[in-house]
Write a protein that binds this ligand. Structure first.
Ligand code: ADP
Ligand code: MG
Length: 447
């Protein structure tokens, strides 16, 4: 490999990874020299860039380089002048075992704290993640983050990793999914390199394992995970775990692991609410505007989307991206009409079906009465009014007919339902308490 050969690869790299990525990550690095053993050494301006390139583009670079020069077997990134220690691997025990068992998953450059919008549903998880990202004294171990799909678990974990890399470059931070943990483990078993595997995992300062529910039911992986976990906790090393549900809801997980996972701080990311969704959309639009100042977006579009698109942020983002792409392709401002056109399928799919049970449960909860009293025959005002509110919401929020609703309220007649609905309609305009209750319930149900 020569500098000329490296130079000749630039155009290819730029078109493979896109010009922006190329400018940010590849352009700043320089090919330095070959070292014995087929090591291509690069000089990088900062530790950060070296680590990023190695994690995100390492495979690509190796493939391209070895296609030009078959002698290239691996890559190394040295920080220019300041410090010529290899950026990666770090903290490898000596004699250095080969490190291909260790590399973590690449971090997404967009998943930072800056780009994470904080709202009620995620403020606790965010605060805990922030604290861990400071890399100070280990106070809760592990930090266990859980929540449904697309609510920002991976985003927060990457944000912690970025933060640690910036503020505590001395720490060896390893982020990977539970699935990758398993693959590394299986690979080590197959290659009879369990000692390497153990040493490597025990040499990290911060271990982050994403989607840990994946190891449930996989017994030897669980076992190894448990030992790794204990070894690190014993050394007072920070561990951060995510899962799609709470530790005690993960089936086929050994009890000792479950209780280990619960022993630190367990925080959940709640489903997004309207305000958070709107905040996320606004922040995306702001970013987009910086790149495309000409963007024309009618008032009310974001509110519409935040209202109509489910709780999953990924879907919300996808919808917005599609909208921008479409609008810029056809060269039109983003109007309500265009939005409904362009996102027809997404909007249809996320037309959330609210069930009568859900409404009944929420209303009973809201008025602090039992579900059986809400549905049952008693006519005292304390039960009758909430019952009418629930009927009203069923009429408004579901496609059920009056007789059907009546049946679900203890077999009442449809005229009773009609009367209830009418009564609430009247009260709404006279009684601000009722109006507030309904608004609150509607929001909670549509969230
Ligand atoms: P999870 O790992 O919980 O399934 P992700 O972290 O992958 O979810 O989030 C899905 C997408 O939604 C990502 O693109 C992420 O950046 C975005 N996202 C989720 N929550 C937020 C938030 N609070 N602010 C900004 N973006 C968010
Ligand atoms: Mg995730």
């Amino acid at each position: 490999m020569t500098k000329e050969q490296w130079g000749a690869l630039q155009d290819q790299l730029s078109s493979t990874i896109g010009e922006n990525n190329y400018k940010t990550w590849i352009k700043p690095i320089e090919f330095h020299d070959m070292e014995p053993g087929g090591v291509a050494v690069f000089t990088v301006p900062t530790n950060f860039i070296g680590t990023y390139v190695s994690q995100n583009y390492g495979d690509l670079l190796l493939a391209k380089l070895s296609a030009v020069d078959t002698a290239v077997r691996r890559l190394r990134f040295d920080v220019a002048n300041v410090d010529t220690r290899p950026v990666q691997p770090r903290a490898v025990p000596s004699p250095a075992p080969s490190t291909d068992l260790l590399p973590g998953a690449p971090l997404d450059a967009r998943f930072t704290f800056d780009s994470f919008v904080v709202g009620k549903p995620n403020e606790l998880a965010h605060a805990a993640a922030k604290r861990v990202g400071e890399g100070g004294q280990v106070t809760f171990n592990p930090l266990f983050l859980y929540g449904g799909v697309g609510l920002g678990k991976t985003h927060l974990m990457h944000a912690i990793a970025w933060e640690l890399r910036t503020h505590r470059p001395d720490l060896n931070v390893l982020y990977l999914s539970a699935e990758q943990f398993m693959y590394r483990f299986v690979q080590a078993l197959r290659e009879r390199r369990m000692m390497d595997f153990k040493e490597l995992f025990r040499s990290v300062d911060v271990l982050m394992v994403d989607d840990v529910q994946f190891i449930a039911g996989k017994d030897s992986t669980q076992e190894e995970f448990f030992h790794t976990f204990n070894a690190l906790v014993d050394q007072n090393k920070q561990i951060i775990i995510s899962a799609d549900r709470a530790p005690d809801e993960i089936k086929d997980l050994e009890n000792r692991i479950r209780s280990r996972l619960q022993s630190g701080l367990v925080v959940d990311l709640h489903p997004t609410d309207y305000e958070l969704r709107l905040g996320i959309l606004q922040s995306k639009v702001q970013n987009y505007r910086e790149q495309y100042p000409a963007l024309q977006l009618d008032d009310g579009i974001l509110e519409f989307l935040a209202h109509r698109i489910s709780t999953n942020v990924r879907v919300l983002e996808g919808a917005l991206t599609r909208l921008f792409a479409f609008a810029s392709l056809v060269g039109q401002p983003i109007t309500m009409e265009l939005t409904q056109d362009c996102l027809a399928d997404v909007l249809r799919a996320s037309d959330r079906k609210i069930s009568i049970e859900e409404i009944q449960r929420k209303v009973a909860e809201h008025y602090h009465i039992r579900l059986s009293d809400l549905i049952g025959p008693k006519r005292v005002r304390n039960f009758a009014r909430p019952r009418q509110v629930a009927m009203y919401l069923c009429k408004q929020l579901t496609a059920r007919s009056l007789p059907e609703i009546g049946r679900r309220f203890g077999g009442r007649d449809h005229t009773t339902v009609m009367h209830g609905v009418k009564r609430i309609e009247e009260l709404r305009s006279q009684d601000s308490q009722i109006a507030d209750d309904i608004e609150l319930l509607r929001r909670a149900l549509e969230a």
